[in-house]
Design a protein around this ligand. Structure first.
Ligand SMILES: NC(=O)c1ccc[n+]([C@@H]2O[C@H](COP(=O)([O-])OP(=O)(O)OC[C@H]3O[C@@H](n4cnc5c(N)ncnc54)[C@H](O)[C@@H]3O)[C@@H](O)[C@H]2O)c1
Length: 354
């Protein structure tokens, strides 16, 4: 995968794709050589990222303080995702490494996935599918009749959105089409913004108590780790469901198991879990009132190629001394280290070399 010149070394620390061809095609134009790895632990990251000028990664690569301190040349890390909780951003800022995410490539996909999980849960679609395949039709008094009925509906019910950012807003728009009443909890949400979207801002306590459907769409941080724990789950209606397409650690999963086993809530739809992939013996996997998908909320042909392109272009911008579009730590942009040996760079941004 090498190019004729290599002004910059770009490392794909890990990726969901078998090759780095697209990244090489884009970054080759500025004289970068792209090396692709599949590193998921600190030791591997220490080894493969030490000399890189730019790094691409997913949320599964732990960019700890140790890994960041070990970087000799890097000026930028781009995570091909929205959430960046795997990166010690403070350590990166201190080191002068710009951290960027790719926030806007898959908002619709995740919003649609959230609604899909909600509908599949309240209409019990996976269970109904299993009945039909097993030759069980829903005749009066049959097993499927007893277990599938009464099914639920959304019309006129209350949907509570935890985290009213890009995805939360798109979920709200879609649920409004089902004529639901919308409430949201987000400490950074302005009342005007919420009201303009037909959504009532409420406390987390009120949201947990009043919602029939809860969609978790917040960002994972120290503040939101186990934001929804035993206390919050105990506020939920027995008929309510909760769907999480953000990050597993926002919900205390053992408290969730207790709530589901005790039938204190009606169900859960999880695209993300506290541990991914889950332990095969996780009690959650045995529960019928839970629907899982394997962290694929953002997946679509279009979103993946867009995301790869956007991530690679962001690396290119920082390496050329241009302003990145989505820096998490903009304060690091000014002190970002220039790739060693790049004379062009110290003279300011240059047009990509062809
Ligand atoms: N399942 C997937 O495949 C997938 C794909 C993309 C993103 N995600 C997750 O979805 C999350 C949301 O994405 P987004 O694009 O809407 O991000 P965003 O940054 O636009 O929205 C996150 C929202 O969380 C809010 N928030 C922060 N602290 C909070 C708190 N204490 N309580 C409640 N809300 C709080 C923020 O104010 C913001 O509005 C991401 O952080 C990411 O982890 C998952």
């Amino acid at each position: 995968m090498s190019t004729r010149s290599s002004r910059f070394e770009v490392v794909i620390a890990n990726s969901e794709f078998p090759d780095g061809d697209l990244e090489q095609e884009i970054l080759g134009k500025i004289g970068a050589t792209v090396k692709k790895f599949q590193a998921h632990d600190v030791n591997e990251l220490l080894r493969i990222t030490r000399s890189a000028h730019g790094i691409l990664c997913t949320y599964e690569a732990p960019f700890t303080k140790e890994v960041i301190s070990n970087l000799e040349n890097a000026s930028v890390i781009v995570i091909s995702a929205v959430g960046y909780d795997n990166i010690d951003v403070k350590a990166a800022t201190e080191k002068g490494v710009v951290v960027c995410n790719v926030p806007d490539y898959m908002t619709f996909e995740v919003a649609e996935h959230t609604v899909a999980l909600i509908l599949a849960l309240i209409r019990r679609i996976p269970l109904a599918d299993r009945f039909v395949r097993a030759g069980e039709w829903s005749t009066y008094g049959s097993l499927s009749w007893t277990r599938l009925r009464p099914l639920s509906h959304l019309d006129g019910r209350v949907a509570g959105i935890v985290g009213f950012g890009r995805i939360g807003k798109q979920v709200a728009e879609r649920l409004q089409a089902f004529r639901m009443r919308l409430i949201a909890y987000d400490p950074y949400l302005s009342k005007d913004d919420a009201t303009a979207r037909g959504v009532e801002p409420v406390s987390l306590h009120t949201l947990m108590k009043e919602s029939d459907v809860i969609a978790v769409n917040a960002l994972l941080s120290k503040e939101t780790y186990h934001l929804i724990g035993d206390q919050e789950l105990r506020l939920m209606k027995q008929t309510a469901i909760i769907v999480n397409t953000s990050r597993g650690k926002i919900i205390d999963q053992s408290a969730l198991v207790q709530a589901l086993v005790g039938k204190r809530i009606a169900g859960a739809g999880l695209d993300v879990q506290e541990r991914e992939p889950p332990d095969p013996n996780d009690p959650l996997l045995k529960l019928e009132n839970v629907i899982f998908t394997p962290h694929v909320g953002s997946t679509s042909e279009k979103s993946y190629s867009e995301m790869r392109r956007m991530a690679a272009e962001e690396i290119g911008r920082v390496l050329l001394g241009e302003k990145p579009r989505h820096p998490i730590n903009p304060e690091a942009v000014v002190k970002a280290r220039l790739p060693k040996g790049s004379r062009e760079h110290s003279e300011g941004p240059k047009k990509p070399a062809n």
